[in-house]
Design a protein around this ligand. Sequence first.
Ligand code: GDP
Ligand code: IMO
Ligand code: MG
Length: 424
Amino acid sequence: MPVTVVVGAQWGDEGKAKIIDLLSKEHTYVVRYQGGHNAGHTVVVDGEKYALQLVPSGVLYDHVVPVIANGVVVDLPTLFHEIDTLEGREISCADLKVSTLAHLIFPWHQAHDAIAEAMRGDDKIGTTLKGIGPAYADKARRVGVRAGEVVDLDRFAETVRARAIAENALIEQAGEPPLDVDEIVERFVAYGRRLQPYIADTVTLLHEALARGAQILLEGAQATFLDLDHGTYPYVTSSNPTAGGACAGSGLGPRDISRIVGITKAYTTRVGAGPFPTELLDADGETLIDVGKEFGTVTGRRRRAGWLDCVMLRQAVRLNSLTEIALTKLDILDGFESVKVCTGYRLDGELIHHYPDRSDVLARVEPVYETLSGWRTDLSEVREPGDLPDEARAFLAIVEREVGVPVNVVGVGAERDDYLLWTA
Ligand code: GDP
Ligand code: IMO
Ligand code: MG
């Protein structure tokens, strides 16, 4: 069973791309299975930063076939901009495959995203405004346009025109200016033509690869607590980043998967609205944001930050069947006198250890912390687990004890090689 899933264990931006880059060395196919260009996945190689939104993070390796599978919603302007940027930097995207079944994002999805956010007033979700929610809504309403439709460009043009006219009526009803239908049809037919060579039956492709014994890596975007079902609804994204979504979104079966790696930072961040039990609104929070450079890759928004929450991580283990954890950004805690880890919640005075399923209840819990001495040492050059200071080891031991699965990889810097690996 040579399939590995990488899934965010918090609210996104855990450093998934860096771990995917590391795991890509031993995988031939790297497959995005959900989300769209709301993702911002950063890999840093020799000081060169690659910020990927749609193209799988394994693309930086020549031996990797990058696959955008059926569960992804694809914004073609972004995809081609990304391909052009990568190819301009000598990274070939010639092998990229895009599933026939993946849904496309159109300008009306972005318009509806903005209208829906404006209508929520003070209760905004804080979406990326990329049209992700409306595109998935169209998929569920069975009016979406799929990538494979570009094989017949005349029909594709008719479909796009009909959809644009129908959506324009709704946009005008909401008091917004209509979109330019002719411009959209013309532009998307050109994108469609360019997309044709990338279109593939990726389900068959991946199963044939499996049959040949190829190693496949399924790259999650967003994260467990942004999951449409299991996240802090309605402050979530509109797909299922959790490991179950990896099967639906790629066409691989649950029994094909052997390894499910949950990625967590050594602390917690969130961008956008919604409950966040361990959020810090004090100087420690500022330090995490400043030292951790916690500004969104896609929207540039300042992230919210707080201590590591093991109640969430335990829930992430359950929801995803995590076999292991990769913990990133341990180096960001280097300067702290003391470091806290949340091990439980207090709800109306009572200690609870489970993660509440209601967002309004989660918003009311108070975190219970275990406080440890900080290590006050620069970890950025440490490469051997045995060279970690005792305090950093104590921190990792608490995480493993609380969460119940091993921490196998620890990140100590943004560069590709800034990690420590525990080998079995
Ligand atoms: P993703 O969306 O989960 O792939 O994560 P992002 O790329 O949005 O955000 C993670 C940020 O942290 C990026 O800027 C990475 O370069 C950086 N990063 C990843 N791992 C580490 C680490 O171990 N230490 C430090 N200092 N930075 C890291
Ligand atoms: P990566 O893959 C962090 C958040 C948005 C918002 C909510 C819904 O880089 O970890 P959407 O545009 O998806 O409808 O927004 O989800 N969000 C992310 N937060 N990292 C991401 O992706 C995110 N993708 C969406 O900020 O709160
Ligand atoms: Mg990100």
